[in-house]
Write a protein that binds this ligand. Structure first.
Ligand SMILES: CC(=O)SCCNC(=O)CCNC(=O)[C@H](O)C(C)(C)COP(=O)(O)OP(=O)(O)OC[C@H]1O[C@@H](n2cnc3c(N)ncnc32)[C@H](O)[C@@H]1OP(=O)(O)O
Ligand SMILES: O=C(O)CCC(=O)C(=O)O
Ligand SMILES: [Zn+2]
Length: 415
């Protein structure tokens, strides 16, 4: 944590887990709930290996009770011997727990809805039933020597007293983590901070969080959750999941590397993000969004002349992320009417041509005039520059010849 980094957590903020968070990637669970997802075992294995190589701490898999194939897939991924710990996600239900513990997973993520909506319209159980079922399932999973997490689905629409009662109960019986889920994606960072601070002060176990992105707050909520003392963040590659999904791992890494650069760069292979996203994008048949953090096609493209000048002098002037950290390169988009002479000068140098600054200013104006008329390509700019250069060269050699000619002799100039 650098004292000069304005985005680093405040060193006196002891509760913050920003410089020590862990990732529970759920591409192979929540991500399978994405509308386009159909994962074959072969593709699940490819994704699991890529996540492991990237360095995620945990990989969460679809419930083995979802189907026979789902169970076989959990068993097969457990046998890969990955460094990431393998979890499966089950209902708060003894049948699901019995199946889960036989699959070879390192841990089980148990969930049950606690909001009125879910209690009425999903499972129909009251808090005393939920408490009893939670204790039974947690004690059973623990008795098998596995990690267990207990989560309340739809936490932000649940009663705070119910939440504190159930979390303190499961904490006392030794749950490894509790989960707080913004199932409908309605929470905002301030609500997240307040709820997590309150719960954190009542339990001794770690806190995992799960943020949906319906209102565009998923990454911000995840970051705020860490500030409030949560430690584990659920992510998916490209943020895929039910509806418009959850925290995207790429965008989340962009957020975290700005605040905790040493930790993030030493723990996660950031240069693998593009391959990881491309792999999942191809499997679920989507394009990488143009404005995706890090990997969007223009994420490191600088266009306006004022920006281009400063970027050429020092990229940090207009970049908070360094593309080389992700194995990527920056690009200066000089073929447009917003360009300036500094950007064009850089292009002239790339083309190995010799023009004075005054000449570059003239040719820049020609490029801008053409940019007023139509969109430009690099070839357009290059041919304007080359024609200008040739003309200037011609003018110079004519001038030289004229100097050598006898006074009074006349020549016809051909442009
Ligand atoms: C917010 C989330 O993303 S939660 C994770 C969602 N994941 C999944 O749904 C995994 C895939 N799901 C499935 O394959 C199936 O839904 C199954 C196998 C889990 C259950 O299938 P079915 O028995 O046919 O039930 P169905 O899906 O229609 O309804 C869900 C059942 O689970 C019960 N249930 C829902 N949540 C929970 C919970 N957290 N704990 C215990 N029971 C629950 C409901 O009461 C309902 O049971 P009922 O209709 O028999 O009363
Ligand atoms: O298990 C959890 O914590 C989250 C479950 C889920 O996908 C959700 O609530 O959106
Ligand atoms: Zn979810």
């Amino acid at each position: 944590m650098s004292a000069t980094n304005p985005y680093a957590p405040n060193p006196s903020d002891f509760i913050s887990n920003v410089p020590r968070f862990e990732v529970i990637d759920s591409t192979l669970r929540e991500g399978e709930q994405f509308a386009n997802a159909f994962f074959t075992l072969e593709n699940k294995i490819k994704i699991a290996k890529a996540l492991d190589d990237f360095g995620v701490d945990y990989i969460e898999l679809t419930s083995p009770v979802a189907s026979d194939q789902a169970r076989e897939e959990v068993e097969a991924i457990c046998k890969l011997g990955l460094k990431s710990k393998i979890l499966t996600h089950i209902r708060c239900h003894m049948h699901d727990a019995r199946v889960a513990v036989e699959t070879g997973v390192d841990g089980v993520n148990v969930f049950i809805g606690t909001s009125n909506f879910l209690r009425q319209h999903s499972h129909g159980k009251d808090m005393s039933y939920i408490t009893k079922a939670a204790i039974e399932v947690i004690e059973f999973v623990k008795s098998k020597g596995l990690e267990v997490r207990f989560s309340t689905e739809d936490s932000f629409r649940s009663d705070i007293v119910d939440l504190l009662n159930i979390y303190t109960t499961v904490d006392k019986i030794g749950v490894n983590r509790i989960g707080i889920a913004d199932t409908v994606g309605g929470a905002n960072p301030r609500q997240v901070y307040e709820l997590i601070r309150t719960i954190k002060s009542s339990v001794s176990c770690e806190i995992e969080t799960h943020f949906h992105n319906d209102t565009g707050c998923a990454i911000a909520n995840a970051y705020t959750a860490l500030e409030a003392g949560a430690k584990y963040i659920d992510t998916c590659v490209l943020g895929i999941g039910e509806r418009n999904g959850i925290v995207p791992i790429g965008g989340f890494m962009a957020r975290m590397v700005v605040s905790a650069p040493e930790y993030v760069k030493s723990k996660y292979k950031l240069n693998k993000i593009r391959d990881l996203e491309n792999l999942v994008a191809e499997i679920v048949q989507v394009n990488i969004p143009f404005n995706n953090p890090i990997t969007g096609f223009c994420a490191f493209t600088h266009k306006a002349g004022i920006h281009a000048k400063a970027i050429l002098a020092n990229p940090s002037t207009y970049e908070i992320l360094n593309p080389t950290d992700f194995g990527l390169t920056r690009y200066i988009h000089f073929a447009n009417r917003l360009t300036g002479w500094n950007a064009i000068k850089a292009r002239v140098e790339q083309l190995n041509l010799n023009l004075t600054d005054d000449q570059i200013k003239v040719v820049t104006n020609q490029i801008k005039q053409m940019g007023d008329v139509r969109p430009l390509g690099i070839e357009d700019v290059d041919s304007i520059i080359k024609a200008f250069h040739a003309k200037e060269k011609d003018n110079t050699s004519n001038a030289n010849e004229n100097e050598n000619e006898q006074p009074g002799a006349k020549r016809q100039r051909v442009d």
